[in-house]
Write a protein that binds this ligand. Structure first.
Ligand SMILES: [Zn+2]
Length: 769
């Protein structure tokens, strides 16, 4: 098979703003596709650039008192940093404000002129005489001509929703200078797109370049009527390229932006010695544009028209994706869901987002919802629980021996995984990453079933069975590597780590088809850890508009601090009890300080804002206390438990207390288990082992429970926490009082008692099913 030649672009990010998670839907989608093509051995070039021209940049530079060049240079650095942070790897990242782009704009312009597609005519527009510039509608404000509301924008009234022309505003003024605008007319240049109407229709019908829903949309809307002329020039002052044969006039930003794709390729060619024409004027090259649905019109009508007129290769495919919603809603600054790429990177591993987006992306033009519960669940169960787990449960056992010399009999597992490669590749090729990741996770499930059944961690303890450990781990690590190859477009870092672990870098899709035998196995390093909900919350909090303090910030602190399930930190097995003690003390100090501060603030607040606020602070105080205890508890577990990704549990507990006889579901249903909150806890003075608890099942329903947990818990640690109680247990008279239930706990007894707690979201009164 000969390698394909593929040129890929993502839409150019505008230099007026930072990259956010919405943008990343596109850049990650494209990067995954490009990495897939490269892994398959195709010659694939991925170019992008900053989109730098236009009024917004000009006005920003003006308001910041510096040059446009300085503004766009800073933003370019930030964009490049953000892309690198998420592993988006361009072959060239250019700028539309480049010599290459200026030259190419001139060539496209001449080609359009030569085809008779450029027309010039006068356009009247409001002009700011102080700023010396024509004003777009949103740079004019005044009184609504319909309802008389002052301070309305030039295109529509927020009060009565009327739309109008900016020249109709009463007492209009320029938002740039405050000056009264004048109506002035200036010549504008237009592309007469209607002259390409028939050609565009044929291209859309016959090229297969557009998704069916997009092709139908264009045919049923825009192409039903004559296409309007496209205004492609702006009079001075404007930040852009001056049109050579129209002095004092500039190409509109949307004219030079897509030409930026070609210019960025030209820069790449200059570095590699390739010829630009070999890539852009060569029917043997596939051109693939990835864009969002908001810029469909530009990329499916204007841009093909320009390419056609200039004699360039038309796109083989325009891949159009939908928008990002977060937790089912539009991204919002007040909810903290307008998340910048750099904010995400401060708190979370980019691999989670790359995988999450991949698992949701299909070839259809659909919006993608980022739900943080699902986000954590997918990363934890798929990546950590299924994929990384394969390596963490086997690599350590063959660290001294390496992989077997001969590939062992695996019952056809590896061959089945190799056979799935074509189907997975086809899914990637069609941008159906949701399907690709689903297929890969099926392989991971099968591989885990194999390890679960073989249990190398048990076999190695017995000299008679220890010899089976190496072949079993050889199979497991081969299956792990096969999965890492298939996931490499999505998780390039994991593929790199897999290469290091087994001393065999993953460089080609074909690596999924061949066994690895006889290689050394490097000491196992944790490859990926579970999503820490505390960090997710911290990212959301940091994404919120800067808060004025007061009530809003309180409720937010509460939500951070009551975030449950602090996942074990990336534990270092050698971290000893001394370290834990030191951290515990530091946490306790921090807790005391927080409580003191909270109490002080609460006092001041209640004097000015009333008792409700004071009670809110009380809640925060308890939450702080509770959160710190949870962190301590989890840390203790992590330090005691060693590497959190290795599951090597001892059979001791089960041996000590064998499984009970089978019961039916009806038997189980007789026991009414409920979530309850401990509201008081006190010692029973005469009893060494007992604590007396009052638990709430919600509303006014309370139970007194006398529990044998005194050796494991201090009463003050318990107040406020959620537990599971047997709520319909027959009350029992004890010498210390009546016990009306039981608190569910695990462990051998004495100090080894571990209360059960529900995950976050559970409320007192919820039944356990
Ligand atoms: Zn109005």
């Amino acid at each position: 098979m000969t390698a394909r030649r593929i040129l890929v672009t993502s839409a150019l990010p505008y230099a007026n703003g930072h990259i956010h998670l919405g943008h990343l839907v596109e850049y990650l989608q494209t990067d995954i596709w490009v990495r897939f093509q490269k892994l398959r051995g195709n010659r694939c070039v991925y170019v992008c650039a900053d989109d730098t021209h236009g009024t917004a940049i000009m006005n920003r530079a003006r308001s910041e008192g510096r040059s446009e060049e300085a503004v766009i240079a800073d933003m370019r650095d930030a964009h490049i940093r953000d892309f690198a942070g998420f592993g988006v790897e361009y072959d060239n990242y250019g700028s539309t404000h480049s010599p290459a782009n200026r030259e190419l704009c001139g060539q496209f312009w001449q080609a359009l002129r030569a085809k008779g597609l450029i027309a010039e005519r006068e356009v009247s527009q409001l002009f700011d005489p102080t700023a010396g510039t024509f004003l777009a509608d949103r740079f004019v404000k005044g009184t609504c001509p319909k309802c008389g509301t002052p301070e309305q924008y030039g295109d529509s009234c927020e009060k009565c929703l009327a739309t109008y022309s900016p020249t109709e505003l009463i007492n209009p003024y320029s938002t740039l200078s405050g000056a009264k605008p004048e109506l002035r007319s200036a010549p504008h240049a237009f592309v007469e797109l209607e002259k390409l109407h028939a050609w565009l229709e044929t291209w859309i019908d016959t090229s297969d370049a557009l998704q069916p829903e997009i092709a139908n949309y264009l045919k049923n809307y825009f192409l039903k009527e004559p296409l309007r002329d496209w205004d492609v020039s702006r009079p001075a002052r404007y930040f852009g390229f001056e049109i050579p044969d129209l002095p004092g006039h500039y190409w509109y930003v949307w004219f030079d932006a897509p030409i930026g794709y070609v210019a960025s390729t030209a820069e790449w060619c200059a570095r590699t010695g390739d010829k630009l024409a070999d890539w852009w004027q060569n029917s043997g090259v596939e051109i693939h544009h990835f864009i969002g649905k908001d810029i469909t019109y530009f990329h499916t009508l204007f841009w093909p028209g320009m390419l056609y007129a200039a004699g360039y290769t038309l796109p083989k495919k325009v891949h159009i994706h939908g928008f990002l919603t977060v937790n089912g809603e539009k991204m919002s600054k007040s909810r903290g869901t307008f998340i910048m790429a750099s904010t995400y990177l401060k708190h979370l591993d980019p691999a989670y987002l790359r995988y999450y987006y991949a698992s949701k992306l299909s070839p259809r033009v659909e919006d993608l919802d980022l739900n943080f519960d699902e986000f954590a669940a997918k990363a934890n169960s798929d990546l950590v629980g299924k994929v990384v787990n394969l390596a963490s449960r086997s690599a350590r056992f063959v660290q001294d021996t390496g992989l077997s010399r001969e590939y062992p009999d695996d019952g056809g597992l590896f061959a089945a995984g190799a056979a799935a490669g074509d189907e997975i590749a086809a899914a990637y090729e069609q941008c159906d990453y949701a399907r690709a990741t689903r297929l890969i996770m099926q392989l991971a499930d099968t591989a885990n079933q194999y390890v679960d059944a073989q249990q190398p961690w048990t076999l190695r303890k017995n000299p008679e069975t220890a010899a089976r450990v190496q072949p079993i781990c050889t199979v497991t690590l081969n299956l792990f590597r096969q999965i890492a190859v298939y996931l490499a477009p999505v998780l390039p870092r994991l593929a790199g780590q897999a290469g290091e672990l087994l001393h065999a870098p993953i460089t080609s899709w074909r690596d999924s088809q061949t066994h690895l035998t006889g290689t050394a196995v490097a000491p196992f390093q944790p490859l990926l850890t579970r999503v820490d909900p505390v960090k997710v919350q911290a990212m959301l909090d940091e994404s919120k508009d800067s808060l004025p303090g007061g009530l809003q910030s309180q409720s937010e602190s509460t939500s951070v601090l009551t975030a449950p399930a602090v996942s074990p930190p990336n534990a270092n097995p050698s971290a000893g009890a001394a370290t834990l003690d030191a951290i515990s003390r530091a946490l306790e100090d921090a807790g005391k300080m927080l409580l003191e501060t909270t109490t002080k603030v609460a006092k001041t607040a209640s004097e000015t804002l009333g008792p409700k606020v004071q009670s809110a602070f009380g809640t925060i105080g308890k939450a702080v206390d509770h959160a710190i205890k949870q962190v301590k508890h989890q840390m203790a577990q992590a330090v005691g438990g060693g590497d959190p990704t290795v599951f090597d549990d001892s059979p001791e507990s089960l041996d000590a207390e064998p499984l009970a006889a089978t019961c039916t579901i009806e038997d189980f249903q007789k026991v009414d288990l409920r979530v309850a909150r401990i509201i008081t806890a006190e010692e029973v003075p005469a009893a060494k082992k007992l604590l007396k608890l009052t638990v709430s099942l919600g509303g006014e329903v309370r139970r007194t429970v006398i529990a044998g947990i005194k050796a494991a818990y201090k009463p003050e640690e318990l107040v406020g926490r959620l537990v599971i109680v047997v709520a319909n247990l027959q009350p029992r008279q004890m010498s210390f009082g009546l016990s009306e239930g039981m608190v569910a706990a695990a462990g051998a007894g004495g100090a080894e008692v571990y209360l059960l707690a529900p995950d976050s979201g559970a409320k007192p009164g919820h039944r356990v099913h």
